[in-house]
Design a binder for this molecule. Sequence first.
Ligand code: ATP
Ligand code: MG
Length: 403
Amino acid sequence: MARIAPPPILACPAPAAVLAALPGARAVGGAVRDALAGLPVQDVDIAAPLPPERIAARLRAAGLSVFETGLSHGTVTAVLAGMPVEVTSLRRDITTDGRHAEVEWTTDWREDAARRDFTINAMSLSAEGWLWDYFGGREDLAAGRVRFVGEPARRLAEDYLRALRFFRFHARYGRGAPDAEALAAIRAAVPGLARLSAERIWAEIKRLLEAPNPSGALALMAKTGVLGAVLPEAGRQGRLVAYLRSPCPQAPLPRLAALLGEGADPTRLAARLRLSREEAERLAGYLRGPTLDPGAEEAALRRGLAETEGETLLVRSWLAAQAAAGGDADPPGDWAGLAARIAAMPRPVFPLQGRDVLAEGVPPGPRVGALLGAVRRWWLEGGCTAGREACLARLRALRGGEA
Ligand code: ATP
Ligand code: MG
């Protein structure tokens, strides 16, 4: 057994209190992996060899707030000093059907590790820094190998989501050729992906698109048939590569927008994968609406920002220019310059509201909106520099013209 420096997060009040309150508890999964990889650890899952009710009782007795967030899976969320920590009983699968598992509690750490997906995710770590690594995860992590715990085909048939998780973790931790046995099993498991819920699929795709560079993993997904099964709209991998080089925001949704092929309908995609309303609106906003030229003059920039939030405007403009340039080329122009100008410019706010029109003596009714709209168009055409007084004067002039 090896000993390592535990990640600083284990010393935060909540994880420290959980580890102290539960005999034999250890950090598990991502926190252990990322600590070994030298990556920052933002949150930590803890497991303990006790049934969930006993875990909850002991944590409450130790003064933590406990929420029974997933008691049937053996998980509670403990909160201290505003920080939540998921605490899970050691588990063993009794039955699996490709999507869900029925579990029972165990006190055997190795059994719990054996039901985890990849060797790099199956390690556990005590508060003192003792590392348990039952399946060679540390070596695999150092070598950039994402390897299933156990036989890939069987692990996939237990839960087909693991096919997507393989690519997510490969994008982040993989180096060199991916595990051939895993890829062959994933290829054979593609028909099983149809059984997964849209929510689980989208959650994994989003995590994949958060990786610093997801393009290699996406290419592998296409080659194995996984991409065609879960995201057939992602026809423009070369364009994503260009997008990754761009100064545009590197978040999952704009990256997804860059991946969409011609003819992909973002509204249908959003409905199929059950994106939240906000996500769906953002995605659609990247793909249609007014755009800017990278060399846009100040007035055009202000107009653009009056209509559209800055990041959306930048992404939309880049995507439109890229489509016009054709192929997978970078669109011409100084996009870094445009990104900087957008970031530096406050969004112009039209200085009048409906009540200002009413205060001028216009009776309530559709005229109010029509006049307001007319003054706003004038304000936009002028580059959004007219102040409140100038807009009121314009309003009066328009009404004078009506009389
Ligand atoms: P991240 O930092 O990206 O969240 P993570 O390792 O915490 O990585 P999660 O999806 O949050 O990933 O899962 C936590 C842990 O639970 C994993 O490390 C793994 O051990 C286990 N796990 C999660 N989902 C599965 C699954 N479908 N099959 C087997 N084990 C899983
Ligand atoms: Mg996690």
